[in-house]
Ligand binder design. Structure first.
Ligand code: CO
Length: 171
């Protein structure tokens, strides 16, 4: 089921999400809805709080070298913890909660993450480049943060000005 995606400046996006404790059918329905919503909105990642559920769950579905977004590449991540990080990468990010805004953000290039899958099995994996960036972006959502908070002062001011202008045009 496709759900509504909350957009900036909805204060709910600042919520600190809680750990999942039950790996049951409610979690599976949430993950399925998150996948449907992400694909419907042409996104590559989504955190549960973006559909209004304050749980530590996120999905990432990268586009492969052929430009296809295949469900077999879907990664579901529950209760993630970054346990190691290394290097620097600058990558142009976007977010379904801040539509049509794309800005360069600095992140760790490589991270080691401990997390659970939908069945409650624990995993520890190393991710680099796009997957590392996407994971850090989505994990930020779980802590109540958006990528625009990482922009330089001037870029942030420019963003706020344009965002207000756009909101006025919509009203
Ligand atoms: Co986002």
């Amino acid at each position: 089921m496709i759900r509504e995606v909350l957009t900036y400046p909805n204060p709910k996006l600042r919520t600190i999400s809680q750990d999942v404790t039950k790996f049951d059918e409610h979690l599976h329905a949430l993950l399925d809805d998150m996948y449907d919503t992400m694909i419907h909105k042409n996104g590559v990642g989504l955190a549960a709080i973006q559909v209004g559920t304050a749980l530590n769950a996120l999905v990432i579905n990268p586009v492969n070298e052929e430009g296809e977004q295949k469900k077999e590449d879907l990664l579901e991540v529950i209760n993630p913890q970054i346990i190691e990080s290394d290097g620097v990468i600058i990558f142009q990010e976007g977010c379904l909660s801040v539509p049509s805004v794309y800005e360069d953000v600095e992140r760790f290039k490589k991270i080691k993450v401990r997390f659970f899958d939908r069945l409650g099995n624990e995993h520890t994996e190393v991710y680099e480049d796009f997957m590392a960036v996407a994971l850090q972006h989505e994990i930020d959502h779980l802590r109540g943060h958006l990528f625009i908070e990482k922009l330089t002062y001037l870029k942030r001011k420019k963003f706020e000005k344009e965002w207000k202008k756009r909101a006025k045009e919509k009203a």
